[in-house]
Design a protein around this ligand. Structure first.
Ligand SMILES: [Zn+2]
Length: 167
């Protein structure tokens, strides 16, 4: 890699070394965008493993209910906007249903919702859809927290709630 280039800690995009940088435990990490910086700072330990370690992926596919069916133009604008986000793999809009596939380690559903708002789209649905979204935010946050936690327990006792049989 050329001297003045570095790899984004979150998504592995090549960036200029002077671009966005975050400090964690006195080490500087390069990040390609505000989005990657936000993702990194939320759970730094997920991205600061051994250099060259296999990059983890947590692919999610969600359906988001929009407040109305989209026209062909709106579909194009919206999916184009989402596809430019780091971590979004696939966007498919059918009527008022938006299907999005993304890597949770690079973007959360909450960030996708924010981006949708920026693109001028509104989420809709009934209370059940709203409850479901709130549940997704919570479960993604929990999943990331669990992934960020050390994987090996420090003693022989499994943590409470663990299903591992004790020896
Ligand atoms: Zn990045």
């Amino acid at each position: 890699m050329p001297k003045n280039r570095a790899m984004c800690t979150v998504c592995a995009t090549i960036v200029g070394v002077d671009e966005s940088v975050a400090e964690y435990h006195k080490v500087y990490y390069h990040l390609c965008s505000e989005q990657c910086k936000e993702t990194f700072l939320a759970h730094p330990s997920l991205y600061t493993g051994k250099p060259g370690a296999t990059r983890q992926v947590q692919v999610k596919c969600r359906m988001l209910k929009l407040n109305k069916a989209m026209s062909t133009d709106e579909k194009m604008v919206t999916s184009d906007h989402l596809m430019h986000l780091v971590g979004v793999h696939k966007v498919d809009i059918k009527g008022s249903h938006l299907y999005v596939t993304y890597d949770l380690l690079q973007i959360t559903e909450l960030q996708i919702e924010k981006a949708l708002e920026e693109a001028g789209s509104k989420l809709g649905g009934n209370w059940l859809h709203k409850l479901n979204r709130a549940w997704i935010h919570y479960s993604e946050e929990t999943e990331l927290d669990n992934l960020a936690a050390p994987s090996t327990p420090c003693c022989n006792h499994p943590p409470p709630g663990s299903s591992k049989p004790s020896r």
